[in-house]
Design a binder for this molecule. Structure first.
Ligand SMILES: Cc1cc2nc3c(=O)[nH]c(=O)nc-3n(C[C@H](O)[C@H](O)[C@H](O)COP(=O)(O)OP(=O)(O)OC[C@H]3O[C@@H](n4cnc5c(N)ncnc54)[C@H](O)[C@@H]3O)c2cc1C
Ligand code: SF4
Ligand code: SF4
Length: 1024
């Protein structure tokens, strides 16, 4: 529903006048909320985040008066375009996400609360949880769980979400509020047609009685009854309304009708849910099969043992999970065509099942599948808590893993989520395989097979010219096959904009009934129109712009002047656009990551195991989440929004929500390179506006320090003087409260230049393994001793160490502020020097992991030349280098004991370069554990908040400290003597937040080797 600019302004002003929540109608916001995790796109006219029920009522009344549709939205991760639309998008997850009341076995919540968050609180405070999980575990809101009522992963244990709903408060399409309490279901009066009688009933009994009467009238007539009886009734069917379950004898369960209605009948503003005790988890197993059909056969054998979970994973996903996470390599046999992950009931913490019982039950299961029926060739028992973590993660990863494909063949969430009766599943699978074979398409199959659910993921080749035109015929064929075998086209993900088109195929006779139900509650079609009933527009008209470009990589230009935006869009000769030239706009660099993001919402995650995304942690708003950068740039590439947006305030706001920690590279399932997207967006802004003084300081910090060095005493005194700090904060934006490291009067490079160690500045002819040390800013200007210790340790271990005098700062600060010219100058200089050394046989070792991250990752995105590839392949950080050396058995281990307990923090840049997951043991940690008596405790509490130089800026100071608080708390524990981190910026932040001493591992190694007296670290004061 396109509006004129004047109409939009009126809409915005009207809504702002009516409600307390946020109202945004700008094109960037429209772009961010135009997509979800589906392959669809629909641009809303306005995005509203209500603060309370009154806001929702006011918006709905206004929309009803103006005839504007409303699309309710939680976290926006639907796979069927459920919350997309051209009207007003109503976002519940920003403000309406509170827990209103926690009872003994119930909880009352607002709809925008994430299930993950709720269960975190319930688990801690009550030892309970809300069981059903129909949705993406990372970011599913409770409003949407009820709106979809899907079976989900835990169906066999907990049933449907509606089974746990006690009551709900709904805002109806006319703005009326209605509370539905399932403990007192209305027994409706006979429906009278005259309005006055209905009104009398409403006054006498309440609105729900009137609606109950109307629905009973629709469902109770003979034709409806016949239709309902004849319709297919799979237990996990999520297509259409829940018309079968509404009538409970004489009573009408309206809440059951609202659950699963996908926001088309009313909006949930509060719900009371039943909670259950946390389950005990003792018996689970993984079975590996030589064929999918044996796995499905095994399901029939397993179900009588009443599993609480039964998941199928196919070979393709298994292999990709093994590649993703090395821990699975020894566990998953390479020859497995399929795996079944099965969990049996072990009771709850309140009523646990006897251990022997659990063990016997599991042995019986394994014996049945492996020995008696001989269906699987390998089985693994899941015993310990760690095993269960791996078990859960393999399920999660297998769902996400296809997003990691890095070529034109990409999975498409269009046909996934069907359900079929189990006795027909093997027939369905063989028919589907034949179908895909005919179309020459590879397919991946998985699903919650214990409940008949099947995920069908065709891997479409986007290089095929006909790829977009086969989507609809393919969907038709697949759904026909599923329906032919008595299945449903949706078992949990709902129908949304995507599948509603196919609903009449499944329910040819019930469709008029759905229309009557819709008309009863929403005669004007205000709430999520075009869903659940036949659609006005064909679903393909909503296809995501540029979908066909997924997996298509345009060549990255060499040098800075490369292919242009216009050329990417239409391969015809066009004149470069003035704005592109001015902004140094290089679309080719952002093309791949911008299109790679599939909107999965994994980056909205909020838990300890995840580092994504430190900057937007817990906000649940798309603007701050990593995906906003991809959405914004995709909008620009697709011409949905102007290129000039990048130089506007809103574009800058979005770009500034990334401090380029590179945790996305590691944790985003699709490995979207958000850092590069943010860098390029910032660069465009800088090209148009220049750098503000504080950003200029950050970008040129190495030059400034070099200049200040001779007067280091003055600098250090100024940093200790409160008046000077106040002055510096007001003028240069250096935060007063931030402790600053002391500047050295001589940089490390100058120190060796003018000492007897000057031979290190020249490459050496030697038989020893040759290492060139990349020093970077911190060690060079603030901590030369660290660099010197690094050299000593390397030399002690038999390496010939060269410290190239022709090296400059890595340029982390320039990347951070989008100073592309300087970043490129530094990158070209360093790359030229380092690649020359590499050709001479040197390995480049950096003291800090962030330097390694710059040299190996960021430089590659600046220019695509052989040198940058060569450098990237031969740069390694100090601790990783030494740990590799240890693995070859050559590391000298004549360590002295260090009787201390240290809390180790893994820097984000270290995780990013080692491509580890947050819980993996880091190289520094492994090395430190070799030191006798040193007790190394991992304090995995997420990012420390420093992000290199980001936390040194006044505008970021408070946020930086806030991010670090969980880590500070962990380190402040009395039993921790020191903090340790292999990033000097992290060390500075940890010391600042804890007032404890924090050391670089190089120092501890130096003490252990005896290069540094223990007393220098104050170690003798804390023996154990
Ligand atoms: C990687 C991945 C894996 C997934 N795995 C699963 C899975 O295993 N099982 C599964 O079922 N789904 C799965 N999904 C789909 C998705 O997670 C679910 O659709 C999820 O419930 C969406 O939650 P949301 O908060 O993002 O809802 P949204 O997408 O924002 O909204 C979903 C629906 O709920 C409605 N809604 C939201 N709030 C309200 C409200 N207050 N009142 C009325 N209606 C409302 C919306 O209108 C919309 O129709 C997966 C998605 C991804 C990306
Ligand atoms: S950035 Fe990654 S995690 Fe976030 S929505 Fe996109 S694909 Fe998912
Ligand atoms: S790079 Fe780091 S800060 Fe930027 S979006 Fe990704 S996780 Fe967030």
């Amino acid at each position: 529903m396109p509006l004129t600019a004047a109409q939009q302004i009126r809409l915005r002003d009207d809504l702002r006048g009516l409600i307390q929540g946020d109202v945004r109608c700008d094109e960037v916001t429209q772009q961010l909320y135009a997509t979800d995790a589906s392959i669809l796109q629909s641009r809303p006219v306005c995005v509203v985040c209500p603060r309370n029920t009154e806001d929702v009522v006011a918006i709905v009344k206004y929309a009803a008066e103006e005839g504007i549709p409303i699309h309710s939205r939680g976290a926006g991760t639907s796979l069927t375009g459920e919350s997309l639309g051209e009207g007003i998008v109503l976002v519940f997850s920003r403000h309406m996400r509170r827990i209103l009341h926690v009872g003994d076995d119930t909880v009352t919540v607002q709809p925008g609360l994430l299930r993950r968050r709720l269960n975190g609180v319930l688990g801690k405070s009550k030892g309970r949880l809300f069981g059903p999980l129909a949705g993406n575990p990372s970011s599913t809101s409770l409003g949407s769980i009820l709106a979809r009522n899907g079976a989900g992963l835990h169906y066999l244990r907990y049933g449907l979400p509606s089974d746990h709903l006690v009551s709900m408060t709904i805002v109806l399409a006319n703005g009326d509020l209605m509370t539905l309490d399932r403990n007192s279901l209305p027994q409706p009066p006979l429906l009278e047609k005259e309005g006055s009688v209905i009104l009398a009933h409403e006054i006498a009994f309440g609105k729900e009685y009137v609606y109950a009467g109307k629905i009973a009238h629709i469902l109770n007539n003979r034709t409806s009854k016949q239709l309902l009886e004849s319709a297919n009734q799979l237990p996990v069917n999520r297509a259409g309304y829940a018309e079968h379950s509404v009538l409970q004898g004489e009573r009408v369960d309206l809440a059951r009708l609202f659950t699963g209605s996908e926001g088309t009948l009313g909006l949930t503003v509060a719900a009371t849910l039943q909670t259950v005790s946390l389950p005990q988890r003792k018996s689970a197993a993984a079975f590996f099969f030589r064929s999918i059909s044996s796995a499905i056969e095994a399901v029939s054998a397993i179900l009588p043992l009443r599993p609480v979970l039964c998941e199928l994973i196919d070979r393709r996903r298994l292999n990709m999970v093994r590649d993703w996470d090395a821990r699975y390599r020894p566990l998953i046999p390479a020859e497995a065509e399929a795996a079944l992950l099965v969990e049996l009931d072990s009771g709850t913490f309140e009523e646990p099942m006897d251990d022997d019982n659990c063990r016997n039950h599991l042995s019986h299961l394994i014996d049945l599948v492996q020995t008696k029926k001989q269906l699987c060739f390998h089985a693994l028992r899941v015993n310990t808590e760690d095993d269960f973590q791996l078990f859960d993660q393999v399920i999660r990863r297998s769902e996400l893993v296809l997003g990691r494909m890095h070529h034109s063949i990409q999975p498409v969430p269009l046909f996934d989520d069907v359900a079929v009766p189990l006795d027909r599943m093997n027939n369905v699978i063989s028919d589907l395989l034949a179908l895909f074979h005919r179309h020459k398409i590879t397919v991946s199959l998985s699903g919650h097979v214990g409940q008949g659910h099947l995920r069908i993921h065709p891997l479409l080749d986007f290089a095929r010219p006909d790829v977009m035109s086969i989507l609809h015929p393919l969907a038709n064929e697949i759904y026909s096959t599923v329906l032919h075998h008595g299945g449903t086209i949706s078992s949990e993900w709902g129908t949304g904009l995507l599948k509603s088109h196919f609903l009449p195929q499944q329910f040819p006779h019930l469709t008029p009934l759905f229309q009557k139900i819709k008309k009863t509650f929403d005669p004007q079609h205000i709430l999520n129109p075009d869903r659940m009933i036949p659609q006005k527009a064909h679903w393909t008209t909503h296809l995501r712009h540029g979908l066909e470009k997924r997996g298509h990589l345009p060549p990255i230009p060499s040098g800075t002047s490369g292919s242009r935006f216009t050329k990417l869009q239409q391969p015809v000769e066009t004149q470069p656009n003035q704005v592109e030239i001015q902004l140094k706009w290089e679309p080719a660099y952002v093309f791949e990551p911008a299109y790679r993001c599939n909107g999965c919402g994994e980056c909205l995650r909020y838990d300890r195991q995840s580092r994504i995304c430190p900057l937007s942690r817990g906000t649940v708003t798309i603007e701050q989440a990593p995906r906003s950068k991809a959405d914004l740039l995709r909008g620009i590439l697709e011409c949905d929004i102007d290129l000039e947006t990048l130089i506007g305030d809103r574009g800058k706001e979005i770009a500034d929500t990334c401090f380029q920690c590179r945790m996305c590279d590691m944790e985003c399932p699709a490995q979207v390179d958000v850092s590069t997207l943010a860098f390029r967006s910032k660069a465009a802004y800088v090209a148009a506006h220049g750098l503000p003084l504080e950003d200029l300081i950050m970008s040129r910090i190495d030059t400034i320090l070099n200049f200040l060095m001779p007067a280091s005493w003055l600098f250090n005194a100024a940093m200790r003087n409160r008046v000077m700090r106040w002055f510096l904060e007001k003028t240069l934006r250096v935060p007063q409260s931030r402790a600053m490291p002391a500047l050295n009067h001589l940089s490390y490079l100058n120190r060796i230049r003018w000492s007897s160690l000057r031979h290190r500045l020249l490459p050496e002819q030697t038989d020893k393994t040759r290492v060139a040390l990349f020093v970077d800013t911190f060690a060079n200007y603030f901590d030369p001793q660290l660099a010197e210790l690094a050299v000593q340790i390397l030399e002690y271990n038999g390496f010939s160490v060269h410290v190239p005098s022709r090296q400059r700062a890595s340029g982390r600060g320039s990347f951070l502020v989008g100073h592309v010219d300087r970043a490129e100058r530094l990158a070209r200089f360093n790359t030229a020097q380092m690649s020359e050394l590499i050709r001479l046989g040197y390995k480049i070792v950096t003291i800090e992991p962030y330097s390694a991250s710059c040299l190996t990752k960021d430089y590659r995105h600046l220019f695509d030349e052989k040198e940058s590839e060569l450098t990237a392949e031969n740069v390694i950080d100090f601790c990783s280098f030494l740990e590799h050396h240890h693995q070859t058995g050559k590391l000298r281990q004549d360590f002295q004991q260090i009787p201390c307990r240290v809390g180790y923090h893994a820097p984000c840049s270290g995780l990013a370069i080692s491509a580890s997951i947050a819980s993996d043991m880091m190289p520094a940690e492994k090395l430190l554990r070799l030191i006798p008596d040193l007790d190394v405790q991992r304090t995995e509490r997420g990012c420390c908040g420093m992000a290199g130089l980001w936390g040194f800026q006044q505008k970021n100071y408070r946020h930086s400290v806030q991010i670090g608080i969980p880590l500070f708390r962990a380190l402040r524990r009395a039993e921790i003597d020191f903090g340790v981190s292999d990033c000097s910026a992290c060390c500075a932040q940890m010391a600042h937040g804890t007032k404890k001493r924090v050391l670089h591992p190089i120092r501890l190694l130096a003490v252990a080797y005896g290069f540094l007296p223990a007393v220098a670290l104050g170690i003798q004061n804390s023996p154990r």
